[in-house]
Design a protein around this ligand. Structure first.
Ligand code: NAD
Ligand code: ZN
Length: 347
């Protein structure tokens, strides 16, 4: 590799916007691999960084290359890396863990307290090349499209959340029909859930959910109450499983109210401290509420890949594709709310 500079999408200064520019190609240190990016996908987190919201202002140190969802090809192996070959088609886990804390030592890597985020706390994948630790690399199984592999990070969130509790034969309520919510609905169907409802206040996303899975209930909670929804679905006592994927306090509060006693909620959506839920319902109804962060390393990846190889189809959730030079169009699509996953092509 003798290329010295590369194109990258960079947060150059602490203000809204991103810049496409030439930057040095990162060096491959021992234990790391260099990957040539083929495709990347835009995550809601990237949009937060683009907009320079409060969280980004607290978290991002400029200048920084952003992005953490990608598929690419290994072009260089750092010293001591023997498990991969140049030319391997790979994606990567965007959470880099310490490897030595209590949870890491116990194999619960997704719970590492010292997690560093690719494209958040260090340079990311919206670039021609990225260097990451070899232990974060994941081989793409055969038969999976590049577009889907570019979305593994988000699909992994959906897999982790949906599979947290046994949902075979269960009635599931999903709040939030963003890309992760819709992918979760597809996973629930794949894994044998009974009745599935998904809610959103955005008509585009409800329409997309219904197109992807015609046999689910996709409703706007401002138009149809959850009690009416349950009546329409012929669910008498409540939902068995809840997947909170909106980050909306109203959605979460309402979900708690409509769970079956003993119901289980996986909470992926990120909530503000002001969200209040009915604790009586949690205590006397024996609810379980499980926070979900990232993906289990690497069981989520294994199951995701296996399901994709055995009929899980999330292609329709990808609604927009652009060249990286048109990244502004990609961010505009994300901003409009009228999109599913947005994929950027780097080749
Ligand atoms: P997204 O923002 O694209 O989708 C959220 C959807 O919720 C939107 O379509 C929005 O219209 C909808 N919504 C808003 N208010 C609602 C309400 N009252 N009822 C129902 N729906 C409502 O997000 P995404 O990329 O699909 O991710 C889903 C959630 O997961 C987000 O909150 C995101 O921040 C969070 N997230 C968490 C992790 C984690 O590791 N915990 C990782 C990725 C994403
Ligand atoms: Zn750790």
């Amino acid at each position: 590799m003798n290329q010295q500079t590369m194109k990258a999408i960079v947060k150059t200064e602490p203000k809204p916007g991103l810049t496409l520019m030439d930057v040095p190609v990162p060096k491959t240190e021992p234990g790391q691999v260099k990957i040539r990016i083929l495709k990347s996908a835009i995550c809601g987190t990237d949009l937060h960084i683009y907009n320079w919201d409060e969280w980004s202002q607290r978290t991002i140190k400029t200048p920084q290359i952003i992005g953490h969802e990608f598929v690419g090809e290994i072009v260089e192996l750092g010293g001591g890396v023997t498990q991969y070959n140049v030319g391997d088609l790979v994606s990567g886990e965007g959470h880099i863990v310490c490897g030595t804390c209590r949870n890491c030592m116990a194999g619960r890597l997704h719970l590492c307290k010292y997690t560093i985020g690719v494209g958040v706390n260090r340079d990311g994948c919206f670039a021609e090349y990225i260097v990451i630790p070899a232990r974060n690399v994941v081989r793409v199984a055969e038969g999976i499209s590049l577009d889907i592999a570019a979305c593994f990070d988000a699909l992994g969130n959906a897999v982790h959340t949906a599979l947290k509790f046994d949902l075979t034969g269960e009635d599931v309520l999903i709040t939030g029909a963003g890309p992760i919510g819709i992918m979760s609905a597809i996973i629930c169907r794949h894994c044998g859930a009974k009745k599935i409802a998904i809610t959103d206040i955005n008509p585009y996303r409800l329409k997309l959910a219904k197109e992807v899975l015609p046999d689910i209930w996709a409703v706007n909670p401002n138009e149809i109450s959850t009690s009416k929804l349950m009546h329409d679905m012929d669910i008498k006592e409540g939902f068995d499983i809840g997947l909170e994927m909106s980050g909306s306090g109203a959605a979460f509060t309402d979900m708690v109210e409509h769970m079956e006693n003993g119901g289980k909620i996986s909470l992926l959506g990120i909530h503000s401290g002001s969200t209040l839920i009915n604790w009586d319902k949690v205590v006397f109804g024996g609810l379980t509420i499980q926070g979900i962060y990232g993906r289990e390393m690497f069981d989520t990846w294994y199951k995701m890949m296996s399901m994709l190889q055995t009929g899980l189809n999330v292609e329709k959730v990808i609604t927009h594709r652009f060249d990286y030079t048109d990244f502004e169009k990609g961010f505009a699509a994300m901003k409009s709310g009228e999109s599913g996953k947005v994929v950027l092509n780097w080749t």
